[in-house]
Write a new protein. Structure first.
Length: 123
């Protein structure tokens, strides 16, 4: 992927993730679907990893489809940071990064879907 395409993809991810309400979660796959990049969940994860921390983008609200924080030494501690940020928002997370995804999963309503669409078209 060339730099302009990556930048555009990353920007689209950031726009959508910024809309996830506090105390709610989305999966990498959902974000990929919302930006029209079906099947690109892993790329969404990489786009979020490229954020400079701390970030105003609520990256911590995006988890894997198993309802778990992707724990890995390669994340250089951001997995533990994600856990603490989610707990601070009232989302319980165990020491293995497991959380109650169904209970906190965000599904945008029609108005929010329309806003997502408008914002992405403006990019």
């Amino acid at each position: 992927m060339t730099a302009p395409q990556r930048s555009s993809f990353d920007q689209r991810v950031r726009v959508v993730v910024a809309l996830i309400p506090q105390g709610r979660l989305a999966t990498y796959g959902q974000v990929a679907d919302w930006i029209g990049a079906y099947g690109c969940a892993r790329q969404v994860g990489w786009a979020l990893r490229r954020l400079q921390l701390p970030s105003s983008i609520p990256w911590q609200r995006v988890v894997n489809a198993r309802g778990c924080i992707s724990m890995s030494p390669s994340r250089e501690g951001s997995d533990w940071m994600q856990r603490e940020l989610l707990i601070a928002e009232g989302i319980p997370v165990d020491l293995n990064g497991q959380l109650p995804l169904k209970r906190f999963l965000w599904s945008p309503d029609e108005k929010q879907v329309s806003l997502i669409s408008q914002l992405l078209k403006a990019l």
